[in-house]
Design a protein around this ligand. Structure first.
Ligand SMILES: NC(=O)c1ccc[n+]([C@@H]2O[C@H](COP(=O)([O-])OP(=O)(O)OC[C@H]3O[C@@H](n4cnc5c(N)ncnc54)[C@H](OP(=O)(O)O)[C@@H]3O)[C@@H](O)[C@H]2O)c1
Length: 382
């Protein structure tokens, strides 16, 4: 039996990281090699990039445990062949449009699955496949990563500290030096396409409510402290937050709130993107993705860093109680990869593994998740 540093035992599992040499894939591979004795396959369309990273990781970590593989998600036979050699596929590729192909190949191979994409299309496809996933005895985890992935887990983490948790607002600030970052064209198109899924919903006064124009004119602010201070944030509906009112009886206010990119992207480019996608979703997508990328490159400024905060308010022992908890990492991609690795630790040792379709924020055991996040370099205060 091999030891997992986060606790628990695994036998030497084989993990395929689809998008393994991308911005999220690289820190994820490193984290998994450091924390487990798993064998890792780095996959993407470029065999050169996959092999180059595999070689680098084999010199850094002991055991010659990394291999590079060329996989294109549009090639069903290639997916099947790749998945037949592993126990779990982690999708950190901008391939949500191909979710059906990827999920079907994973089901046919009888392996587990975890993805980090934010996409209404992906969610609908996986939900339709949920009975087949359950019947096959596979564990599929969707909406992994930072956000989606952590906000509802944070609410689950703080809830037991209260007799009654009345309000739990989760917010994020993501400031990235985009001009120094090599992001794939497909990733940018997928990212801008996600604007079509953006719903400004928050749970207020006991029901889900859509924020109107007022949310743009008079946005909510959250104090993130550190170098960020008070930032304006917008409600952004995440599937994982939908169940919070059921999971936390008595809660009156909850929701996820996302911070802005920079003044130009937020006030000029984002509204234009939303309008353009409404008018001509197909034709406008690529030019708008280029415009969006240009505005991020041109207007993003220091300070850089990524933060998640939960502001929880309620009652404990007849007294009002407040918890403000912040999670920080200077690198947004490491902050995406670490929760995925922490979730995989719970999946691989079987402690969180259940057949069926699950959201990362719901399937993880939150106390261990937080311990592992801290151990893996996320700064937690509160
Ligand atoms: N949940 C969260 O917190 C969170 C945070 C950040 C990012 N994300 C999501 O994570 C995903 C990756 O983002 P990223 O910034 O890491 O992207 P990235 O740096 O551009 O990397 C994307 C990877 O996907 C691969 N890929 C693209 N198309 C492919 C295809 N058809 N077949 C096989 N591989 C393909 C790319 O390689 P090739 O192009 O060479 O094939 C590359 O390795 C995106 O969906 C993004 O929205 C989630």
């Amino acid at each position: 039996m091999a030891k997992v540093r986060g606790g628990g035992n695994i036998t030497g599992k084989r993990i395929l990281i689809l998008g393994g040499y991308g911005n999220t894939g690289r820190p994820l591979a490193e984290c998994l090699l450091q924390e487990t004795d798993a064998h890792v396959v780095i996959a993407g369309r470029s065999i050169e990039k996959a092999r180059e990273l595999a070689q680098h990781l084999n010199t850094k970590f002991e055991g010659q445990r990394v291999a590079g593989l060329s996989v294109d998600v549009s090639d069903q036979a290639g997916l099947r062949a790749a998945f037949s050699q592993v126990d779990v596929v982690v999708v950190v590729a901008s391939t949500s449009a191909f979710v059906k192909q990827v999920a079907t190949a994973a089901l046919e191979a009888g392996i587990d699955y975890l993805d980090v994409q934010y996409s209404a299309h992906k969610m609908a496809v996986l939900q339709a496949m949920a009975p087949r996933i359950e019947a096959a005895g596979c564990c599929f985890i969707t909406d992994g990563g930072f956000h989606p992935g952590l906000p509802a887990a944070l609410v689950r983490y703080v809830a037991p500290c209260f007799d009654v948790l009345e309000s739990a607002r989760v917010g994020s600030v993501i400031k990235i030096n985009w001009s120094g970052l090599d992001v794939g064209q497909a990733t940018m198109v997928e990212f801008v396409g996600e604007f079509m899924d953006f719903q400004m919903l928050a749970f207020r006064h006991g029901r889900w409510q859509r924020a109107g124009l007022m949310a743009m004119l008079k946005p909510v602010t959250m104090d993130f402290g550190r170098e960020f201070g008070r930032q304006y944030v917008m409600p952004m509906f995440l599937e994982e937050m939908r169940a919070i009112p059921e999971l936390v009886p008595g809660i009156q206010e909850t929701g996820f709130y996302v911070g802005g990119f920079n003044w130009f992207t937020d006030w000029f480019v984002s509204p234009l993107v939303m309008l353009g996608l409404k008018l001509a979703p197909r034709r406008a997508l690529r030019p708008l993705a280029r415009l969006f990328r240009w505005s991020l490159d041109t207007f993003s400024r220091l300070p850089y860093g990524t933060m998640l905060k939960v502001e929880a308010r309620g009652q404990k022992d007849g007294q009002a109680k407040a918890i403000d908890l912040t999670l920080y990492h200077p690198d947004g991609y490491v902050f995406t990869a670490v929760p995925v690795a922490a979730t995989l630790l719970q999946l691989l040792d079987g402690s969180a593994r259940k057949s069926g379709l699950h959201l990362q924020a719901h399937i993880v055991e939150p106390q261990r998740l937080m311990r592992d996040l801290a151990r893996l370099g996320i700064k937690i205060n509160g």
